[in-house]
Design a binder for this molecule. Structure first.
Ligand code: F6P
Length: 341
């Protein structure tokens, strides 16, 4: 079998480990050959490829980013996009695709599968918001990076008796904020799933100062005040219709300064959370996802996404994985509130 592999959407640590797992097992155990598609769905859409063999994947396990490149190209927004992909696959002699991506990339894979193209999905995103899997790879690394930043913010906050706010990614799911905030001992965590009450946040800040410590707040980029609006960077949308988030941290700092008279500063972690080498957990998860994705192709089990459930790698229908976002359950958030204020 000849398989095309692509990585789409925002990059994340562990992508190269997945690619390596796919190629190593696919070539050695199944005698498959591979074609790398460049820059997400742009590759199959425009027929842009690169060689993908054992030599190409040597040494890439700990490397961040993706050797294939990535993009947010949406073939469903291109006239005749699916037909063009089908033709390019046939011209290149490709029998099947392994798509490594989040809700957008795998949303396209779901439609291609319904159309009759042989495809397997691998769940990638630092946001950890894909359904059907306990974790996506990249999330653990993002949480580790954010936790280290929060640890550092604690000491400088104490020196200056300031409120320090750490704004993290996650789009409409608060997983990164919840986990890094709990791991970093934040005095308040604000997530998109639970609109916050500004007076309550001010209360946490004041109570923390009363105990002679400086407050650290972790805010998800998609968090919003009760009866308030989502704060976006600008008015543009990407090819999948997503707004660019960021700005809630700055807004919150201004509100806290006005209401408490204390200095407040914001650190926006941004793309640092997506860069660099994956943690050991993500390397192992990504490798297992790659190995199991190519086995799903061997079994011709199309339209499935490999997923982590407990400690097992299972297969779930792509349509289930991309049907609804996996957001933070209220009970999980409630656990974290024991440490607020
Ligand atoms: O989906 C992953 C993610 O990192 C989100 O957390 C964030 O909102 C978005 O991508 C940023 O994407 P871009 O690469 O377009 O800046």
């Amino acid at each position: 079998m000849r398989i095309g592999v692509l990585t789409g959407g925002g990059d994340c640590p562990g992508l190269n480990a997945v690619i390596r797992g796919i190629v190593r097992r696919g070539v050695s155990d199944y005698g498959f050959s591979f074609v790398g598609f460049r820059d997400g769905w742009k590759g199959p859409l425009e027929g842009v490829t690169m060689p993908l063999d054992i030599d190409a994947v040597r040494g890439i396990l700990p490397r961040g980013g993706t050797i294939l490149g990535s993009s947010r190209t949406n073939p469903l927004k291109v006239d005749g996009g699916i037909k063009t992909i089908e033709k390019n696959l046939s011209d290149l002699g490709i029998d099947a695709l392994i798509a490594i991506g989040g809700e957008d990339t795998l949303g396209v894979a779901t439609v291609l599968h319904e159309y009759g193209i042989s495809v397997v999905g691998v769940p990638k995103t630092i946001d950890n918001d894909l359904s059907g899997t306990d974790y996506t790879f990249g999330f653990d690394t993002a949480v580790m990076i954010a936790t280290e930043a929060i640890d550092r913010l604690h000491t400088t906050a104490e020196s200056h008796h300031r409120v320090l706010i750490c704004e993290v990614m996650g789009r409409h799911a608060g997983w990164i904020a919840l986990h890094s905030g709990m791991a970093g001992g934040a005095n308040g965590i604000l997530i998109p799933e639970v609109p916050f009450d500004l007076n309550e946040v001010v209360g946490w800040v004041e109570s923390r100062f009363r105990s002679h410590y400086s407050p650290i707040l972790v805010v998800s980029e998609g968090a919003l005040p009760k009866n308030g609006d989502l704060i976006t960077k600008d008015a543009t949308l990407d090819a999948f219709g997503h707004v660019k988030l960021s700005g809630i941290g700055e807004w919150l700092a201004g509100q806290i300064e006005t209401r408490t008279g204390k200095e407040a500063r914001t650190t926006v972690l941004g793309h640092v959370q997506r860069g660099g080498t994956p943690t050991a957990f993500d390397r192992v998860l990504a490798t297992r996802f790659g190995l199991n994705a190519v086995t799903a192709a061997m079994d011709q089990d199309w339209g499935k996404m490999v997923a982590l459930q407990g400690t097992d790698i299972v297969r779930v229908p792509l349509a289930v994985a991309t049907g609804a976002l996996k957001t933070v359950p209220l009970a999980r958030y409630a656990e974290a509130t024991a440490f607020f204020g």
